[in-house]
Design a protein around this ligand. Structure first.
Ligand code: ZN
Length: 425
């Protein structure tokens, strides 16, 4: 006990010195001694010393999620590859309810993947692509009737008034109305084309369209607008945060993924449907595209998780907020080569050889574990490239596997590829 309390304030102080944002400080319970000078915390009531708590598993790592992707809802099907009737759509929404599959929001799915929030064992996320006005006029009322959250993936030139936005397209006003009522609006590129280099694409310049085969710098400029520009436009026009990218037709590659990650996308989506599990990679999350000409897709998807026994290895998830970690969960650090630490002493007796640390972008790393202090640490040797870093620490305690996840931001990460910028620091 003495050791634990001796270490805690020290680590908290370390964390504090790395905090830039006032918000990050006030978010966490802090011992009185660590109140930042001049901050509101200095005048706050005395705070009891932080007591490490052990949470029961907060995240069900055996849960499975189906993500559905719809396009247009029309009474008379003319394009069965992207359309479905409102009646068929509603029947599917009802079936989810009848089968005990809980429709959750995209942001809840992501929070679960981060280890922050639990979700029901069998869940679904319903998404709509391409921004058709029937999504506003027909699909949304049905979703509201069932109390289901909605995510839209919008390609910005396809919104009404954009170069590709015709009379059936959703308008910015409709998007704003949906945003005001809790609809999650996410990115689906600017012009909805194959994003890989070397393809002939339709290019829009001064609202004029032409076909070009883009390579080199011309391609880089174009793809930047597709991946980053579309995100910024949605964020600025609607005042939202965009953290998901649905890849048009699912056509992308490592370069596109890297651009998307650097732009701050947390998750990338394809149309290769599969049940999403806790360990599904975030840069290729499969969705089931539900279309009138493939009626079996929905039924098969539902059966996929319906048949599941919900088994899997039991892992006790320890909330990162109840451990002392460095950098702390949610913090942003200035260095791209951080020292990563977690104090596992609150978890219980740790089997020394069982401790593993995984770092996003690096994989399994050779972390040190000090059994005396219960601290696992790893000094990142080379600059991390991504703007956010997730750490997963697992260990065995009294024969049981325990695991914790946390995520922090890196201010310098985007500069990592530019030696000149790094040298200035
Ligand atoms: Zn699409």
């Amino acid at each position: 006990m003495m050791i634990r309390f001796a270490i805690l304030p020290l680590l908290l102080a370390l964390n504090l010195s790395m905090c830039k944002k006032q918000q990050a400080v006030t978010d966490k319970p802090q011992p009185a001694a660590s109140a930042a000078p001049g901050s509101a915390a200095a005048t706050a009531a005395p705070v009891v010393a932080a007591t490490p708590k052990i949470k029961k598993p907060v995240v069900d790592q055996t849960a499975q999620v189906l993500i559905f992707c719809y396009h247009r809802l029309v009474d008379k099907i003319r394009y069965p590859g992207t359309e479905i009737t409102p009646a068929a759509f509603e029947a599917q929404m009802k079936e989810l309810k009848d089968k005990g599959i809980t429709v959750i929001s995209m942001q809840d799915l992501l929070a679960w993947k981060r280890g922050e929030k639990n979700i029901p064992p069998r869940a679904a996320v319903v998404t709509f692509d391409d921004g058709w006005k029937s999504q506003y006029e027909v699909a949304w009322p049905i979703m509201k009737k069932y109390g289901y959250p909605v995510t839209l993936f919008i390609y910005t030139e396809g919104v009404r008034g954009g170069t590709l936005g015709g009379g059936e397209a959703i308008t910015w006003e409709q998007l704003a109305d949906m945003r005001d009522n809790g609809v999650d609006i996410q990115a689906h590129s600017a012009t909805h084309q194959d994003l890989r280099e070397g393809h002939t694409v339709m290019v829009i310049e001064d609202r004029k369209r032409s076909k070009k085969k883009l390579t080199g710098a011309d391609y880089e400029k174009w793809i930047q607008n597709e991946v980053v520009g579309s995100k910024e436009l949605l964020e600025q026009r609607l005042g939202i945060k965009v953290n998901c990218f649905a890849v048009p037709f699912g056509n992308y590659n490592e370069h596109v993924k890297e651009l998307a990650r650097n732009a701050g996308y947390e998750a990338m989506f394809t149309v290769y449907g599969q049940p999403i599990t806790f360990t599904s990679p975030m840069d290729s999350i499969g969705r089931y595209a539900i279309e009138a000409n493939k009626p079996k897709v929905f039924a098969d998807a539902v059966n996929m998780i319906g048949a599941s026994s919900g088994g899997g290895t039991a892992v006790a998830e320890v909330g990162a907020k109840d451990l002392t970690t460095q950098p702390a969960d949610g913090d942003t650090v200035r260095t791209a080569t951080p020292l990563i630490k977690a104090n596992l002493s609150s978890v219980g007796q740790i089997e020394p050889g069982s401790v593993q640390m995984r770092v996003s972008g690096l994989g399994l790393v050779p972390a040190n574990f000090d059994p005396k202090t219960g601290t696992v640490s790893y000094q990142v040797p080379q600059k991390l490239r991504d703007k956010t870093c997730t750490v997963i620490v697992s260990a065995k305690s009294e024969g049981k596997k325990v695991e914790t996840h946390w995520t922090f931001g890196l201010e310098e990460a985007t500069a990592a590829r530019s030696p000149a910028a790094a040298a200035k620091k």
